[in-house]
Design a protein around this ligand. Sequence first.
Ligand code: ADP
Ligand code: MG
Length: 202
Amino acid sequence: MLTLALIAQKGGVGKTTIAAALAVAHQRAGAQVALVDLDQQGSAAAWSRLRGGQPPEVIPAHPPSLRSTLGAAKKNGTSLTLIDTPPRERAGAAEAAKHADLVLVPCQPSMPDLLALPPTLEVVAGTRAVVLLNRCPARGSWTAEATAAVHQLTAELCPVVLGQRVAHAKAFVRGQSAQEFEPNSPAAAEVAALYTWLQEAR
Ligand SMILES: Nc1ncnc2c1ncn2[C@@H]1O[C@H](COP(=O)(O)OP(=O)(O)O)[C@@H](O)[C@H]1O
Ligand SMILES: [Mg+2]
Protein backbone atom coordinates (compact mmCIF):
# COMPACT_ATOMS: atom_id res chain seq x y z
CA MET A 1 0.00 0.00 0.00
CA LEU A 2 1.26 3.47 -0.90
CA THR A 3 0.42 6.14 1.65
CA LEU A 4 0.45 9.68 0.30
CA ALA A 5 -0.09 12.67 2.59
CA LEU A 6 -1.12 16.10 1.32
CA ILE A 7 0.43 18.62 3.67
CA ALA A 8 0.84 22.40 3.70
CA GLN A 9 0.85 24.70 6.68
CA LYS A 10 -1.14 27.13 4.56
CA GLY A 11 -4.85 26.72 3.83
CA GLY A 12 -6.52 27.06 0.45
CA VAL A 13 -3.61 25.64 -1.55
CA GLY A 14 -5.48 22.63 -2.95
CA LYS A 15 -4.78 19.79 -0.50
CA THR A 16 -8.36 18.51 -0.40
CA THR A 17 -9.05 19.10 -4.10
CA ILE A 18 -5.95 17.17 -5.14
CA ALA A 19 -6.53 14.39 -2.60
CA ALA A 20 -10.07 13.88 -3.93
CA ALA A 21 -8.91 13.99 -7.56
CA LEU A 22 -6.15 11.42 -6.99
CA ALA A 23 -8.54 9.19 -5.05
CA VAL A 24 -10.98 9.19 -7.96
CA ALA A 25 -8.14 8.58 -10.45
CA HIS A 26 -7.02 5.48 -8.51
CA GLN A 27 -10.56 4.20 -8.26
CA ARG A 28 -11.11 4.72 -11.99
CA ALA A 29 -7.96 2.67 -12.59
CA GLY A 30 -9.82 -0.21 -10.95
CA ALA A 31 -7.90 -0.19 -7.68
CA GLN A 32 -9.01 0.21 -4.08
CA VAL A 33 -8.39 3.58 -2.47
CA ALA A 34 -9.09 5.27 0.86
CA LEU A 35 -9.05 8.98 1.64
CA VAL A 36 -8.36 9.65 5.31
CA ASP A 37 -9.61 13.05 6.43
CA LEU A 38 -7.52 14.39 9.31
CA ASP A 39 -8.93 17.91 8.93
CA GLN A 40 -11.58 18.56 11.56
CA GLN A 41 -13.17 21.01 9.11
CA GLY A 42 -14.14 17.87 7.22
CA SER A 43 -13.97 19.18 3.63
CA ALA A 44 -13.18 15.74 2.20
CA ALA A 45 -15.99 14.20 4.26
CA ALA A 46 -18.36 16.92 2.97
CA TRP A 47 -17.29 16.13 -0.60
CA SER A 48 -18.03 12.46 0.05
CA ARG A 49 -21.54 13.35 1.29
CA LEU A 50 -22.10 15.41 -1.88
CA ARG A 51 -21.11 12.23 -3.73
CA GLY A 52 -23.89 10.38 -1.95
CA GLY A 53 -21.34 8.21 -0.17
CA GLN A 54 -20.21 6.65 -3.47
CA PRO A 55 -16.59 5.46 -3.44
CA PRO A 56 -13.83 6.43 -2.95
CA GLU A 57 -14.29 5.87 0.75
CA VAL A 58 -13.53 8.89 2.95
CA ILE A 59 -12.60 8.05 6.54
CA PRO A 60 -12.61 10.84 9.14
CA ALA A 61 -9.76 10.31 11.62
CA HIS A 62 -7.75 11.99 14.38
CA PRO A 63 -3.95 11.85 14.58
CA PRO A 64 -3.95 9.36 17.50
CA SER A 65 -6.10 6.91 15.48
CA LEU A 66 -4.16 7.33 12.23
CA ARG A 67 -1.98 4.25 12.66
CA SER A 68 -4.95 1.94 13.25
CA THR A 69 -6.96 3.59 10.43
CA LEU A 70 -4.09 2.95 7.99
CA GLY A 71 -3.69 -0.61 9.28
CA ALA A 72 -7.37 -1.32 8.66
CA ALA A 73 -7.17 0.14 5.14
CA LYS A 74 -4.20 -2.09 4.34
CA LYS A 75 -6.07 -5.17 5.62
CA ASN A 76 -8.99 -4.28 3.33
CA GLY A 77 -6.74 -4.46 0.29
CA THR A 78 -6.37 -0.71 -0.26
CA SER A 79 -3.43 -0.02 -2.58
CA LEU A 80 -3.44 3.79 -2.23
CA THR A 81 -4.29 5.70 0.93
CA LEU A 82 -4.38 9.47 0.76
CA ILE A 83 -4.23 11.56 3.92
CA ASP A 84 -5.78 15.01 3.74
CA THR A 85 -4.51 17.26 6.52
CA PRO A 86 -5.47 20.56 8.15
CA PRO A 87 -3.46 23.77 7.73
CA ARG A 88 -1.62 25.46 10.60
CA GLU A 89 -1.47 22.31 12.68
CA ARG A 90 2.01 20.96 13.12
CA ALA A 91 1.26 17.88 15.23
CA GLY A 92 -1.30 16.40 12.82
CA ALA A 93 0.88 17.17 9.81
CA ALA A 94 3.92 15.58 11.45
CA GLU A 95 1.94 12.47 12.35
CA ALA A 96 0.63 12.18 8.77
CA ALA A 97 4.16 12.58 7.36
CA LYS A 98 5.49 9.95 9.77
CA HIS A 99 3.08 7.36 8.37
CA ALA A 100 3.40 8.44 4.72
CA ASP A 101 5.69 7.02 2.03
CA LEU A 102 5.49 10.31 0.18
CA VAL A 103 4.29 13.83 1.00
CA LEU A 104 2.86 16.15 -1.64
CA VAL A 105 3.04 19.83 -0.72
CA PRO A 106 0.63 21.84 -2.88
CA CYS A 107 1.78 25.42 -3.32
CA GLN A 108 0.37 28.26 -5.36
CA PRO A 109 2.91 30.34 -7.27
CA SER A 110 2.50 33.28 -4.91
CA MET A 111 4.70 34.93 -2.31
CA PRO A 112 2.56 33.92 0.72
CA ASP A 113 2.52 30.27 -0.36
CA LEU A 114 6.24 30.22 -1.11
CA LEU A 115 6.98 31.80 2.28
CA ALA A 116 4.96 29.03 3.93
CA LEU A 117 7.05 26.30 2.27
CA PRO A 118 10.05 26.19 4.68
CA PRO A 119 7.91 25.64 7.82
CA THR A 120 5.96 22.93 5.99
CA LEU A 121 9.12 21.19 4.78
CA GLU A 122 10.48 21.35 8.33
CA VAL A 123 7.39 19.62 9.75
CA VAL A 124 7.55 16.77 7.21
CA ALA A 125 11.34 16.29 7.39
CA GLY A 126 12.20 12.61 7.41
CA THR A 127 9.75 11.71 4.64
CA ARG A 128 10.26 12.38 0.94
CA ALA A 129 8.38 15.61 0.20
CA VAL A 130 7.55 16.88 -3.28
CA VAL A 131 6.28 20.40 -3.92
CA LEU A 132 3.38 20.51 -6.37
CA LEU A 133 2.67 23.86 -7.97
CA ASN A 134 -1.09 24.36 -8.14
CA ARG A 135 -3.41 27.02 -9.57
CA CYS A 136 -0.70 28.25 -11.93
CA PRO A 137 -1.94 31.01 -14.25
CA ALA A 138 -1.57 30.36 -17.97
CA ARG A 139 0.17 33.70 -18.51
CA GLY A 140 2.96 35.59 -16.84
CA SER A 141 6.18 34.52 -15.19
CA TRP A 142 4.61 33.31 -11.92
CA THR A 143 5.25 29.62 -12.52
CA ALA A 144 8.84 30.13 -13.64
CA GLU A 145 9.55 32.35 -10.63
CA ALA A 146 7.96 29.86 -8.24
CA THR A 147 9.98 27.04 -9.83
CA ALA A 148 13.19 28.99 -9.22
CA ALA A 149 12.15 29.70 -5.62
CA VAL A 150 11.49 26.00 -4.93
CA HIS A 151 14.86 25.08 -6.44
CA GLN A 152 16.53 27.66 -4.20
CA LEU A 153 15.05 25.86 -1.20
CA THR A 154 16.62 22.68 -2.64
CA ALA A 155 13.19 21.10 -2.37
CA GLU A 156 12.01 18.43 -4.82
CA LEU A 157 9.57 19.79 -7.37
CA CYS A 158 6.88 17.72 -9.06
CA PRO A 159 7.37 17.79 -12.86
CA VAL A 160 3.58 18.03 -13.26
CA VAL A 161 2.13 21.49 -12.72
CA LEU A 162 -1.58 22.09 -12.16
CA GLY A 163 -3.11 25.14 -13.78
CA GLN A 164 -5.74 27.50 -12.47
CA ARG A 165 -8.79 25.54 -13.68
CA VAL A 166 -12.31 26.34 -12.60
CA ALA A 167 -13.36 22.74 -13.40
CA HIS A 168 -11.82 21.67 -10.06
CA ALA A 169 -14.11 23.97 -8.07
CA LYS A 170 -17.17 23.14 -10.18
CA ALA A 171 -16.54 19.42 -9.80
CA PHE A 172 -15.95 19.62 -6.05
CA VAL A 173 -19.32 21.21 -5.22
CA ARG A 174 -20.96 18.35 -7.12
CA GLY A 175 -19.02 15.70 -5.21
CA GLN A 176 -16.97 14.91 -8.29
CA SER A 177 -13.41 15.24 -9.50
CA ALA A 178 -12.41 17.19 -12.60
CA GLN A 179 -11.89 13.90 -14.46
CA GLU A 180 -15.52 12.98 -13.86
CA PHE A 181 -17.01 16.44 -14.34
CA GLU A 182 -15.15 17.42 -17.51
CA PRO A 183 -13.23 14.39 -18.81
CA ASN A 184 -11.77 16.25 -21.79
CA SER A 185 -10.73 19.37 -19.88
CA PRO A 186 -7.16 20.54 -19.26
CA ALA A 187 -7.89 20.06 -15.53
CA ALA A 188 -8.67 16.37 -16.13
CA ALA A 189 -5.55 15.94 -18.28
CA GLU A 190 -3.36 17.47 -15.57
CA VAL A 191 -4.82 15.18 -12.89
CA ALA A 192 -4.19 12.20 -15.18
CA ALA A 193 -0.57 13.33 -15.64
CA LEU A 194 -0.16 13.75 -11.88
CA TYR A 195 -1.59 10.28 -11.26
CA THR A 196 0.79 8.78 -13.86
CA TRP A 197 3.72 10.57 -12.19
CA LEU A 198 2.62 9.16 -8.82
CA GLN A 199 2.60 5.61 -10.18
CA GLU A 200 6.18 6.08 -11.34
CA ALA A 201 7.38 7.99 -8.25
CA ARG A 202 6.29 5.33 -5.78
N1 ADP B 1 -6.05 23.99 -9.77
C1 ADP B 1 -7.07 24.69 -9.28
N2 ADP B 1 -7.72 25.57 -10.08
C2 ADP B 1 -8.75 26.31 -9.60
N3 ADP B 1 -9.20 26.25 -8.34
C3 ADP B 1 -8.58 25.40 -7.49
C4 ADP B 1 -7.50 24.57 -7.91
N4 ADP B 1 -7.10 23.83 -6.84
C5 ADP B 1 -7.91 24.19 -5.82
N5 ADP B 1 -8.79 25.13 -6.20
C6 ADP B 1 -9.80 25.81 -5.37
O1 ADP B 1 -9.11 26.45 -4.31
C7 ADP B 1 -9.88 26.42 -3.12
C8 ADP B 1 -9.06 25.77 -2.00
O2 ADP B 1 -8.80 24.43 -2.34
P1 ADP B 1 -8.76 23.30 -1.24
O3 ADP B 1 -8.50 22.01 -1.93
O4 ADP B 1 -9.95 23.37 -0.36
O5 ADP B 1 -7.46 23.75 -0.41
P2 ADP B 1 -6.93 23.24 1.01
O6 ADP B 1 -7.47 21.87 1.23
O7 ADP B 1 -5.46 23.28 0.89
O8 ADP B 1 -7.43 24.23 2.01
C9 ADP B 1 -11.14 25.65 -3.45
O9 ADP B 1 -12.16 26.59 -3.73
C10 ADP B 1 -10.77 24.86 -4.70
O10 ADP B 1 -11.89 24.62 -5.54
MG1 MG C 1 -8.58 21.14 2.86
